[in-house]
Design a protein around this ligand. Structure first.
Ligand code: SF4
Ligand code: SF4
Length: 144
């Protein structure tokens, strides 16, 4: 059956992060960080880039790294009040849920509702906005 490609329609997609929700941060999994993001993150902690990388970053592939979280734990920057590095959170986090794999067809987007209560509510993101967000996160593991 031919898949409908919602990403290419003109209607856009609704999303609004739900206040107090931290479901996506609590799921164990890799949080990728592009090399260009690291100096800003280090600054946030008042650290040199090398020092920050030693403490918080693991090499992944090429210019893509990941946060050095234990594999079975939620993100190490998740606190009781939410993300403790919110102003410098990785592009992976800022761009969720508009990752290329999530917006590539209706089924993926609809399935994401099981995880994220913000899908389908709130403001309508236009296709242009979604395209820009997806382009920002289109590196390394997110290419599809
Ligand atoms: S799961 Fe969705 S609503 Fe909850 S914190 Fe993540 S993006 Fe926001
Ligand atoms: S860095 Fe912040 S936004 Fe990203 S997964 Fe960790 S707690 Fe969530």
């Amino acid at each position: 059956m031919k898949k409908r490609n919602r990403y290419k329609t003109e209607e856009g997609l609704r999303f609004e992060c739900v206040s107090g929700c931290t479901k996506c941060c609590a799921i164990p999994g890799f949080i990728f960080v592009h090399e260009k993001e690291i100096p800003g993150m280090a600054d946030f902690f008042g650290m040199e880039t090398d020092e920050f990388m030693k403490k918080y970053i693991k090499k992944y592939f090429g210019d893509v790294h990941r946060l050095n979280c234990p594999d079975d734990d939620p993100c190490m920057f998740l606190s009781e009040k939410g993300c403790s590095i919110y102003p410098v959170r990785p592009i992976q986090c800022r761009s969720f849920p508009f990752w290329p794999e999530n917006i590539s067809n209706v089924d993926n987007w609809e399935n994401l509702k099981k995880l994220c209560p913000g899908i389908g509510r709130g403001r309508l993101f236009t296709v242009d906005e979604i395209t820009d967000i997806a382009a920002e996160v289109s590196f390394g593991p997110f290419l599809c």
